[in-house]
Design a protein around this ligand. Structure first.
Ligand code: GSH
Length: 210
């Protein structure tokens, strides 16, 4: 049994989607980051950076923060969603790290400046919008000749997809990125993704491109 501490955000959904895909039993603990619950002393013991997601694996008492580390842990615990051969494994980690270092932080800035603080910092809006389009272009080229980001469907796709599901917030037209659109739509249809998307609570249907 795994305890999942999460909220209705892309980083949180990565882990609930992975748990659903892996069929692992888990308890959900909603940490409402709008009410500063991430700063509660009990939560800081498992997530010292005061951010969701975090897990505690009751099988061994192991606690983990950082969604990328959690995804690798779950993949290794189950032997699924990450190839075992060195080339496939590192290719998956490479694209997972690309998500963690690029897609997550940069699209997070787009949400901050474009969606929540429009007009306050035009330079930042332009800078991060441009970077978002560049990253969508990188993903589109990566998916040009392959179905998924790194071989079979993997934790690299699971880490990236919830950020792309906010394409409307990012003012991205998925029709300009045909390969991303095809990949996004296919993953959105997976029953485990549909279940994981609604954790810790239903926030409406998965956004689909027109
Ligand atoms: N690199 C971290 C980022 C986690 C993160 O930024 N979580 C956000 C929600 S998506 C959060 O908990 N924010 C609360 C805060 O900023 O205090 C990860 O991938 O787990």
């Amino acid at each position: 049994m795994i305890d999942l501490y999460t909220w209705t955000t892309p980083n949180g959904r990565k882990v609930s989607i992975a748990l659903e895909e892996l069929g692992l039993a888990y308890n959900v603990h909603a940490i409402d980051i709008n009410k500063d619950e991430q700063f509660a002393p009990a939560f800081l013991k498992i997530s010292p950076n005061n951010r969701i997601p975090a897990i505690v694996d009751q099988d061994n008492g192991m606690s983990l923060m950082e969604s990328g580390a959690i995804l690798i842990y779950l993949a290794e615990k189950t032997g699924k969603l990450m190839p075992k051969d060195p080339e496939g494994r590192y290719r998956t980690i490479e694209w997972l790290m690309w998500q963690m270092g690029g897609i997550g932080p940069m699209l997070g800035q787009v949400h901050h400046f474009l969606k929540y603080n429009r007009g306050k910092a035009p330079y930042a809006e332009e800078r991060y919008s441009k970077e978002a389009k560049r990253l969508y272009g990188v993903l589109d080229r990566r998916l040009e000749s392959r179905e998924f980001m790194a071989g079979d469907y993997s934790i690299a796709d699971i880490a990236t997809w919830p950020w792309i599901s906010r394409f409307e917030w990012q003012e991205i037209d998925l029709n300009e990125f045909a390969n991303v659109r095809r990949w996004y739509t296919a993953i959105a249809k997976r029953p485990a993704v549909q279940r994981g998307y609604q954790v810790p609570k239903n926030m409406g249907d998965i956004p689909m491109p027109k």
